[in-house]
Design a protein around this ligand. Structure first.
Ligand code: GLY
Length: 402
């Protein structure tokens, strides 16, 4: 793998349609993974072009921004849990570096999470999960109902208990994405605001760049496919090369009040359904999220909004008083075993970074670091080895509600 194909290229910010762009690395997809990767490569001196009609406005824009290695660790997914823990460890430095580069806060709040069970059967389910999480070394402590209410005074009086999870934090996903865009521009990343439709190959069958729907060509020393659930739609290489990534729909709500109604993130189980409430510094509250196998369906549906609101107010009745300011839908990049695909494909000089499912924001820094290592040394860092780019046939379908 050439380290850097062309060090002398000028920055080509906002290249237009029909342009030919030459760079070290062409990234298909300007979501949080593509942007974090582009910034990391550009900081190291590489020239990068990101190809996306609307960078930063995919799943990460809709998300809640939870950085939750413990609450996203599930039975049978120990390798993924280890990756989430490694991913979380990168966050303090990543947030500080990004805030330094842009001079803007990204709302990184290392304030922990309180988990709450609504009824006794939710409590039993939560206790089993806690046992599992503690068994793999995650920090979580059981709380009685009154201990939960001491931490979150606005909780409903009837909650059954819960847990303190000190290592699960949050970042303001929209501030994050905006800062990444700014940092990328500051580091000279070129944005080609067109959709990548094909990987272009040279005479030896190695990736030599990307082609967009408007006919622009990005010629590069290496290509990274990071188009979330749409990654497998890139043409120019056999479809069987791509990992199995599908859209998993999530409804999410944004509410607003004159006072913060909770001091920090709550994750709840409400009659078997998962629900989270994430307070922002600007006094807005993010409530999410459904997990729906609906394919590429971006409709906001009344019933799902109703269920989310109902579950949120079962945990925190004060939700009733808030203004409902936004109902949105995101499409997570789901995979058969819920783990991402990060690494070289069988096509020389073509890498993939996709399928981060519920953990794209948490895993953005470690993914960027891994792609930089791949480009420089050719190999994936250890924590990532179970998550290489080759399609994985094993694994279970993603669960429903979490
Ligand atoms: N990361 C939480 C979710 O995907 O809903």
């Amino acid at each position: 793998m050439p380290k850097r194909a062309n060090r002398n290229i000028a920055s080509m910010a906002s290249a237009g349609s029909g342009t030919a762009v030459t760079c070290d690395v062409a990234i298909a997809g300007g979501g949080v993974i593509g942007l974090a990767t582009a910034w990391s490569i550009a900081k190291g001196g590489g020239t990068v072009a990101v190809c996306d009609p609307d960078p930063g406005r995919g799943a990460a824009w809709v998300a809640a921004g939870m950085l939750a290695p413990a609450n996203e660790a599930f039975f049978g997914e120990e390798p993924l849990a280890r990756l989430l823990i490694a991913g979380a460890a990168r966050w303090p430095d990543f947030a500080a570096a990004l805030e330094d580069a842009t001079g803007s806060s990204i709302g990184f709040e290392p304030s922990g999470t309180v988990v709450v069970a609504c009824d006794p059967s939710d409590r039993a389910a939560l206790d089993r999960l806690l046992d599992f999480r503690q068994s793999i070394g995650l920090d979580a402590t059981r709380l009685s109902a009154s201990e939960c209410r001491r931490r979150i005074p606005s909780l409903a009086p009837g909650v059954s208990g819960g847990a303190e999870v000190p290592g699960d934090h949050q970042v303001d996903n929209r501030l994050l994405v905006s800062a990444l865009l700014e940092a990328c521009r500051g580091a000279g990343v070129a944005f080609v605001r067109e959709r990548a439709v094909a990987v272009e190959l040279d005479a030896r069958g190695a990736a030599r760049g990307l082609r967009t729907e408007a006919g622009s060509e990005i010629v590069a020393g290496a290509v990274v496919a990071a188009m979330g659930w749409q990654t497998g739609g890139l043409e120019g290489v056999p479809a069987s090369l791509w990992p199995d990534v599908r859209p998993v729909k999530g409804h999410i709500l944004r509410l607003r009040g004159s006072e913060p109604i909770i001091p920090r993130t709550i994750r709840g189980l409400v009659h078997g359904r998962a629900c989270y409430l994430v307070p922002r510094r600007d006094r807005s509250l993010v409530v999410g999220a459904t997990v729906e196998e609906m394919g590429d369906d971006r409709r906001v549906q009344a019933g799902q909004v109703h269920t989310l609101l109902d579950d949120a107010r079962s945990l925190v009745p004060g939700v009733d008083e808030l203004e409902l300011s936004e109902c949105s839908v995101g499409l997570r990049p789901g995979t058969p075993d819920n783990g991402p695909y990060i690494g070289w494909t069988e096509v020389s000089r073509l890498a993939v970074a996709a399928g981060h499912y519920r953990n794209g924001i948490l895993l953005a820094p470690i993914t960027a670091e891994a792609i930089v290592a791949l480009l420089e040394d050719g190999a994936l860092p250890g924590a990532l080895t179970p998550f290489g780019a080759a399609p994985r046939a094993h694994g279970r379908p993603a669960r429903g509600a979490r």
